[in-house]
Ligand binder design. Structure first.
Ligand SMILES: [Zn+2]
Length: 103
């Protein structure tokens, strides 16, 4: 029971850090991003399972730890961002959708 409580706390901290990472990398710099393209990937990747609102259950997929994304901002100026961690995973998932890929 005690170990379970410790695990829950650890999980909670990880979730808070993940939320913070997503906030720092995406939400704190709001604005529409058009035509995103992944132009660079880290050499390191991980295999995981993801769910999607368009599917039931989860599916195996491979994601890169960090990515470089080229996009146009709302003024049609070209921008580039490096994303890492959970934020990079989310963006890889969403960019796959723009190519018709469902995990
Ligand atoms: Zn999805």
């Amino acid at each position: 029971m005690h170990g379970r409580r410790t695990g829950s706390t650890s999980c909670s901290r990880k979730l808070q850090r993940t939320k913070s990472d997503v906030y720092d990398q995406l939400i704190s710099k709001p604005g529409r991003k058009f035509n995103p393209q992944i132009i660079g990937r880290s050499e390191t990747f991980f295999d995981t399972k993801e769910g999607c609102l368009s599917l039931n259950g989860t599916r195996k997929t491979r994601r890169y730890h960090s990515i470089e994304v080229l996009y146009m901002n709302r003024n049609f100026r070209q921008k580039m961002r490096t994303l890492e961690g959970f934020t990079a995973q989310i963006v890889q998932h969403e960019i796959d959708h723009t190519k018709g890929i469902l995990i």
